[in-house]
Write a protein that binds this ligand. Structure first.
Ligand SMILES: [Zn+2]
Length: 334
């Protein structure tokens, strides 16, 4: 099945992991090149990961080629264009400005990205600032203060990324409390590298609005019931889980179980260029692994609009737009 032309939304995509290869290649050349990647082919080859830690290592390697504010504008322009080309109508995009704070001011990074949002009116973009567990609560509280100053530049919420095992949710309770006070929505990567306990803590201690990945919720029946009863949305990133070896095969992914339990989900690419994926490929992989027809996938995509952090009237408008574009009318609703 070909899902490339249908309308799409994305709730879990990292700007720095979505840079088109040619764009990243230009940045590497701008900063003198890297002898390990002599050409575009070798750059793509570098994004093949042994495991989750190897992925983090390459993530950091790539960030050394983003050095100036104009680089953020440059990558944002390229990423937004790439999303428009895939018919993505709306995206909530993670950015991790604190990873660059040694050389750059966080507020000015946000302003640079915001400049690109303003210029790219053919897609609606909201930003989620992904705070980094490894930097610790104190440092990331300072990041939160800084992003709060510029939240009018499209920042809708905060997330929590980095090493899930070494820096568990209990270290960030005050940070999330403060973020809520500032009016930010919240999500946390949980149940990706660590087990079900990490998801429980994200819910109970950080009181998140959504869960990033949530893959390992499959290990705990009580948790699955809780997610179902409380309708806590999960940002699924199936091919990412496959590439970082959180799952061994797509058939192993808890997607179907979440569907059966009526847990709200969205389907996302996480770091599409690093995982060599796209939303169309995610839809295709799931539909093949779980024998879903085109119409069933359409329903899942439309339902996922309700898990975005758009205002209710904006969600309704987007659902109407999707139904029109997919040829779904009230009479023949699946
Ligand atoms: Zn992620």
């Amino acid at each position: 099945m070909d899902f490339s032309s249908i309308p799409k939304i994305e709730n879990h995509i990292h700007l720095e992991g979505a840079i088109p290869y040619e764009t990243l290649w230009q940045l590497i050349q701008k900063y003198g090149g890297d002898k390990e990647v002599a050409n575009l082919y070798q750059l793509k080859e570098k994004f093949k990961f042994r495991d989750f830690n190897h992925f983090i290592e390459i993530w950091i390697w790539k960030n050394q080629f983003i050095k100036e504010y104009e680089d953020f504008k440059f990558i944002s322009d390229a990423v937004f264009k790439d999303l428009v080309d895939q018919n993505v109508k709306y995206a909530e995009i993670f950015i991790s400005p604190s990873a660059f704070k040694k050389n750059l001011e966080i507020q000015k990074i946000i302003e640079a990205i915001s400049g690109s949002i303003t210029e790219n009116q053919n897609i609606k973009i909201s930003l989620i600032v992904d705070l980094v567990r490894n930097f610790g609560q104190e440092n990331e509280e300072r990041t939160l203060e800084k992003i709060n100053e510029v939240k009018d530049h499209g920042i809708i919420g905060i997330g929590l990324g980095g090493s899930e095992n070494d820096f568990p949710p209990e270290l960030f309770v005050d940070l999330f409390e403060k973020a809520r006070d500032y009016g930010f929505k919240t999500t946390a990567h949980a149940g990706e590298a660590a087990g079900a306990d990490s998801i429980w803590k994200a819910i109970k201690l950080l009181r998140v609005d959504r869960i990033g990945h949530g893959t390992r919720a499959i290990e705990d029946d009580k948790l699955l019931d809780y997610l179902s009863v409380h309708k806590i949305p999960i940002e699924l990133c199936p091919i990412s889980n496959l590439r970082t070896k959180v799952i061994k095969s797509m058939e192993e992914h808890p997607f179907k179980l979440f569907q059966e339990k009526k847990i709200p989900v969205s389907i996302n690419t996480d770091d599409p260029k690093m995982f060599n994926t796209s939303l169309a490929e995610e839809y295709q992989a799931l539909s093949e692994a779980f024998s879903l027809n085109k119409e069933e996938m359409y329903t899942i995509i439309i339902d996922s609009i309700n898990t975005t952090w758009l205002k209710n009237e904006e969600k309704e408008k987007l659902i109407y737009e999707f139904e029109n574009e997919l040829g779904i009318t009230k009479q023949n609703k699946y």
